[in-house]
Design a protein around this ligand. Structure first.
Ligand SMILES: C[S@@+](CC[C@H](N)C(=O)[O-])C[C@H]1O[C@@H](n2cnc3c(N)ncnc32)[C@H](O)[C@@H]1O
Length: 101
């Protein structure tokens, strides 16, 4: 399900499941995609930071499912993006060295 979150002249912001939302777009139709996907840095445990006990959990969406599953997650959405990007389209992806490859 998608929700129109904000709208202004020539600009719309939606809240949606990314893979579902991508299905709305025709193939080879998008010039540029910027994505900041989960880095899977959370473990659900605690660590010590500046002498204080802090949670290592940004949310369920950031919990790692193991290297293989994390990789498959990224591969699935990047493949879906590839379909809707124009042949000379651009993708920008935020990540960290442990996840971006
Ligand atoms: C690294 S954070 C990005 C945070 C963002 N740049 C910000 O400033 O709020 C990754 C985000 O991806 C979202 N996310 C995870 N799976 C998603 C999905 N299937 N569809 C859409 N968003 C998803 C999470 O809820 C989380 O907010």
């Amino acid at each position: 399900m998608q929700k129109l979150y904000y709208k202004k002249l020539r600009f719309e912001l939606y809240q949606a499941d990314f893979l579902e939302f991508l299905k709305e777009f025709p193939e080879n139709s998008i010039d540029m995609v910027f994505a900041d996907p989960p880095y899977f840095l959370s473990s659900g445990t605690f660590t010590c930071q500046n002498g204080k006990m802090v949670s290592v959990k940004k949310g369920d969406w950031d919990l790692s499912n193991g290297l293989k599953k994390n990789f498959e997650f990224h591969l699935e959405w990047i493949k879906a993006v590839r379909k809707i990007l124009k042949p000379n389209g651009t993708i920008w992806i935020s990540g960290t060295y442990h996840s971006i490859y």
